[in-house]
Design a protein around this ligand. Sequence first.
Ligand SMILES: [Zn+2]
Length: 277
Amino acid sequence: MEIIGAAVAFIVGTAGGSFLNVCIYRLPRGMSIITPRSHCFHCDTELGTADLVPLLSYLWLRGLCRYCGVRISGRYFLVELVTGLAFAALYLHHRGAIFDFVSAALFAGVLIPVFFIDLEYTLIPAELTAAGMLIGVGSDLLKLLVGQGQPLEWLVPGTTWLIQIPASLVGLCLGGAVFASIVVLGRVLFGREAMGGGDVHLAAAIGAKLGPGYAFLTFFLLAVGLGALIGVLLIALRLRSRQDYIPFGPFMVVSAFLLLFWGEALTRLIRQCYPWP
Ligand SMILES: [Zn+2]
């Protein structure tokens, strides 16, 4: 049964990936993601249903436009495949817990276009980060409403007032605050932009999804570690110079994905390496 569910999740994911391709092309150009229908970017012919079957159309047409023969970026195929695989893996990971799966899959649907857009244009569209925050906070509030989740509790010092706050809201503020401080520090200490506003919004969205606990700390350490490692490698291999701006969003996306799948194991590992309280 589980394998059928995963197969369905894969197919839904590839169709979702097809839509994410539209987002990746149009959002950085300030175009609507709803209208008009998809066109070939080269000959402008409106694409028919047979051109829009996820994965298969690309393979069948061998990556060429049916109408003008222009080569279509392999990214289209890659995004559909990655989204399909992510959905199937998340389905299996949540063992059929539909609510958690849908929430994680939607969040993955935000992370994937952020990765590709930031990589190519070094910008993170606000539409995507806003959607991420909405998914993070919305799924948390829904869980609290049906009595499944656990809010954070805070005893106001010197009183008996116990304040309950949804973890996602605290995570959102924490994520935003931590990364906003890095932006300010970068400006003051180095006089340059270490990150952009899009990174701050993305951190807030990921904070909303992960909550403010050790999971977020683990995400942060992973993202910074990955960024430093790849940055040093790129400079050592002379693919980038010290002056080049290397987008940080893709590292945040990869780390957030790792946390979506192996959050508990990774957090445990980090806590063993650094025995915090
Ligand atoms: Zn064409």
